[in-house]
Design a protein around this ligand. Structure first.
Ligand SMILES: O=P(O)(O)OC[C@@H](O)[C@@H](O)c1c[nH]c2ccccc12
Length: 275
């Protein structure tokens, strides 16, 4: 699998191996105690329902497809810019081997986001395969987690959603095609992320969101993810009925991060999805 599989296969394999090691170092009980010391999670769903497109701004230093594009970025400084630009939520990549993130980044960003006037929810972005990682997210201040349908079977998805909700958090459930979307909707996902990037080939195509968003029931929140760079991109996605966008690279690379968050978040939501 390592030699013939996709990058996604390698990431999942590596994540499982690292997980075993982390579990030995910090037993789940200790992590749960740390999770219970946190202030209650900031709700994600209301943060993403607004008249303008909600921006989930991501702290991201690099990726397997794009390399290391912001290796020196200071997570706290980036988060401050995002908050000043009016980001509705923040996302922090915590995967180390492939995305150069960390749980430390998550904790730093969560502290800032929660201290801002009108606390902003923070999402842990990683390849979550096991309940341990959800508890770990909460213990480091996350209000929400990413669950990727492509790497989970439907029982795992149900279990991870259950653990997320039990801890008072929310899940962004990521899909890339019609069948994954059906799985997410049936599992009861309240926030559905449509990834424009195919995690197997890394091809980015905004028409994926345009095709799938109209199929999402109106009572769920839809987030278009990846490959979003301009106000024109957001306008196009808004016409397809999305509520929010998740943007990483374009924000990290912008000379004025505050201004671009503000600009992308100025587009009006178009309520055109049926039930
Ligand atoms: O940097 P971009 O193209 O704006 O993409 C952000 C985000 O959507 C992307 O980081 C992402 C979406 N789903 C993921 C799953 C794992 C890791 C990363 C991701």
């Amino acid at each position: 699998m390592t030699r013939t599989g996709t990058v996604l296969d390698r990431i999942v394999e590596r994540t499982s191996a690292d997980l075993a090691e982390r579990r030995r170092r910090v037993p789940e009980g200790a992590l749960r105690a740390q999770a219970h010391e946190q202030a209650p999670p900031v709700p994600l769903v209301p943060a993403l329902r607004a008249d303008r497109v909600s921006v989930i701004a991501e702290v991201k230093r690099g990726s397997p497809s794009r390399g290391l594009f912001a290796p020196e970025a200071d997570a706290a400084a980036v988060a401050m810019d995002y908050l000043a630009g009016g980001a509705a939520a923040l996302s922090v990549l915590t995967d180390e081997p492939f995305f150069h993130g960390s749980l430390k980044d998550l904790a730093v960003v969560a502290r800032l986001a929660h201290a801002s006037p009108g606390p902003v929810p923070v999402l842990r972005k990683d390849f979550l395969l096991d309940p341990y990682q959800i508890v770990e997210a909460r213990a480091h201040g996350a209000d929400a987690v990413l669950l990727i349908v492509a790497v989970l079977d439907r029982w795992q998805l149900a279990e991870l959603l259950g653990v997320t909700w039990e801890l008072g958090m929310e899940a962004l459930v990521e899909v890339h095609d019609e069948s994954e979307l059906a799985t997410a909707v049936e599992a009861g996902a309240r926030v559905i992320g449509i990834n424009n990037r195919d995690l197997r080939t890394f091809t980015v195509d905004l028409t994926v969101s345009e095709r799938l968003a109209p199929l999402v029931p109106a009572d769920r929140v839809v987030v278009a993810e990846s490959g979003i760079h301009s106000v024109a991109d957001v306008e196009r996605l808004a016409r397809a009925g999305i509520d929010a966008i998740l943007v990483g690279e374009a924000l990290m690379m912008a000379p004025d991060r505050r201004a671009i968050v503000q600009a992308l978040g100025s587009v009006e939501v178009v309520r055109c999805r049926g039930s």
